[in-house]
Design a protein around this ligand. Structure first.
Ligand SMILES: Cc1cc2nc3c(=O)[nH]c(=O)nc-3n(C[C@H](O)[C@H](O)[C@H](O)COP(=O)(O)O)c2cc1C
Length: 184
């Protein structure tokens, strides 16, 4: 297990991902980390859609149909089908709007966004790698329709997870907080 601060300070995303994907207890650990994000009123305002194996093919077909239905350029339509094949596991993280007189939709979506980071870190902590992706499918109404989402639901990320097939990047971007904070 990595030290928590080291994980937060030195984490890198990983695009070169191969088998094996996290499964069994490792996957459960990841999902549990997602479910421990700050969550006002414990609304659990999210859903995790898991695509592995043939599920990634189905997700790619959904994206291809959506790209076509949305009138995207032919090269985008052609690429759409292959997108989920870039990792052995893709988790589509959906902010699911819950009825609440107290918790705004934006707050619920922030909570759902936190799950992406938490799950990525839980994967890294267990020796896996991953990257949080978005792109046009995150905002495309036809992708949402293919996934059966409601009008107020919003995809907040495609979390690509697997085993790093290349060494992690070592060139950490600067994390000097100077210039990013001020006393009030
Ligand atoms: C909401 C969100 C969407 C993102 N979408 C993409 C994406 O579509 N493609 C991509 O290469 N990186 C995307 N990123 C950035 C990567 O997740 C990653 O942070 C970036 O490649 C920098 O690498 P690092 O995390 O190792 O610093 C996104 C990040 C966030 C928070």
């Amino acid at each position: 297990m990595m030290d928590a601060l080291q994980l937060l300070h030195e984490r890198r995303s990983c695009t070169a991902l191969t088998d094996p994907a996290p499964e069994g207890l490792a996957l459960e650990n990841i999902l549990r980390a997602g479910m421990r994000v700050p969550d006002f009123q414990s609304l659990h305002p999210y859903e995790f859609l898991l695509a592995v194996g043939e599920g990634r093919v189905r997700l790619g077909e959904m994206m291809e149909r959506a790209a076509w239905a949305s009138g995207r350029p032919p090269e985008v339509v052609a690429r759409a089908k292959k997108m989920p094949l870039r990792a052995p596991l893709v988790i589509v993280v959906v902010a699911r709007a819950r009825q609440s007189a107290l918790v705004e939709l934006f707050e619920q979506r922030l909570s759902a966004g936190c799950t992406v980071m938490a799950m990525q870190m839980a994967a890294v902590a267990q020796g896996f790698g991953g990257i949080w992706r978005s792109g046009w499918p995150m905002f495309d109404p036809n992708v949402s329709a293919e996934l059966g989402l409601g009008a107020d639901d919003q995809i907040v990320g495609f979390l690509y997870l697997g085993t790093p097939s290349a060494p992690p990047k070592t060139d950490l971007p600067p994390t000097d907080p100077a210039g990013y904070w001020r006393m009030l």
